[in-house]
Design a protein around this ligand. Structure first.
Ligand code: SF4
Ligand code: SF4
Length: 348
């Protein structure tokens, strides 16, 4: 947790005062950790999946094949959840699917921010229309992370959607014209198609004024997607040696050009070798400080576990967060063998 907060501050993602407030919760975490009772202090990160719909259909999408899910979590329910939490309130990450498909996104962001939560939104960037300018400029999120997997030819091929890159770039241009580029980050999923061009892509983004760029290793479900259909599973040329070589030259060029890049997760060359061969996991504290809420308002301990521990429409978070299911789950992280869901998880 401390390492994650320090990384957020170093990248300029989190104002130091807010980070200091969250660090003040550390004794609570350490106390329960020492007791081994599976309890935890209040969460400092809440990820809310506002929808599972998306206007793209990337072949490696971890949502691919899921049945439609009702979007019943409302602005009011999110507000109630946050209002019940003590200050300093947690960071809130709004994601999807594609959050800009929710007609009430502006209202949700505004409510979350008005509760004093540092707020980020992840998007594919294709729906940032001129109409979004008013709310984005006046009360938009603190961070807007746009998924871009390379220059035009590669991004369109990787997302299986001709025009996706141009649409996202038009969105970034609009954000620039609204003076918001300092709030924009780009996330690039590592893919066989983009490994050879990572450095030049990072340089290009830097020239556009985008100073926060992350490169994400494909997660477990993505590493099972079918290469023949554009996925990045076994046989898709995500060879560990090739990945390590590409990241070496990316780090070198980023250092020379003073571009800040980060990797999700941060892995050593040896860990990368295992990530792309037999699969890799390491001790995880995520469910001690973070949680996930799906579009129906159901609460999960992390992205890898499909069984909900509660529902924000029916219960207060306090009762769920340190309830029997959560406590059992956290204790199991320390005492039971790592489950398959933990292999190649980006939250480690
Ligand atoms: S943009 Fe994201 S949510 Fe949409 S299909 Fe692609 S990976 Fe899935
Ligand atoms: S799936 Fe496993 S590694 Fe990933 S956040 Fe959950 S407990 Fe941690």
């Amino acid at each position: 947790m401390i390492a994650k907060l320090v990384r957020l501050i170093n990248r300029g993602d989190l104002p130091p005062r807010r980070a200091a407030g969250l660090l003040g919760r550390l004794p609570g975490y350490l106390f329960h950790r020492a007791l081994g009772d599976g309890r935890s202090g209040r969460p400092f990160l809440i990820t809310i999946e506002l929808t599972y719909r998306c206007n793209l259909s990337c072949p490696y999408c971890y949502l691919a094949g899921l049945p439609p899910v009702e979007e019943t979590v409302s602005e009011e329910e999110i507000d109630r959840l946050l209002a019940d939490l003590p200050r300093p309130r947690p960071l809130v990450h709004l994601t999807g699917g594609e959050p800009f498909l929710r007609a009430d996104l502006a209202a949700i962001v505004s409510r979350v921010r008005s509760r004093g939560c540092w707020t980020s939104v992840s998007t594919n960037g294709t729906l940032i229309s001129s109409r979004a300018g008013d709310w984005l400029e006046s009360g938009g999120p603190d961070r807007l992370t746009i998924s871009l997997n390379g220059p035009e030819e590669i991004h369109d091929a990787v997302t299986s959607r001709p025009g996706a890159f141009a649409e996202a770039m038009a969105g970034i241009d609009r954000l620039g014209s609204w003076g918001m580029l300092n709030r924009v980050a780009v996330n690039c999923l590592l893919h066989p198609r983009n490994l050879p061009i990572l450095s030049e892509f990072a340089v290009r983004l830097g020239r556009m004024g985008i100073t926060r760029v992350s490169f994400q290793h494909p997660m477990g479900p993505q590493l099972r997607s079918r290469p023949g259909e554009g996925g990045i599973g076994p046989g898709s040329a995500m060879d560990p040696g090739r990945v390590n070589g590409a990241l070496d030259s990316l780090r070198r060029v980023a250092g020379e050009k003073r571009i800040k890049v980060r990797f999700i997760p941060e892995l050593t060359p040896g860990e990368i070798a295992r990530w792309y061969s037999e699969g890799y996991s390491r001790p995880c504290r995520y469910p001690y400080f973070a949680l996930r809420i799906d579009p129906r308002g159901r609460i999960y301990p992390c992205p890898g576990f499909p069984a909900p521990f509660g529902d924000i429409r029916l219960q207060a978070l306090g009762g769920i967060w340190n309830g029997p299911a959560y406590r059992r789950f956290r204790r199991g992280l320390d005492t039971l063998p790592r489950p398959a869901a933990c292999r190649n998880c980006c939250k480690i």
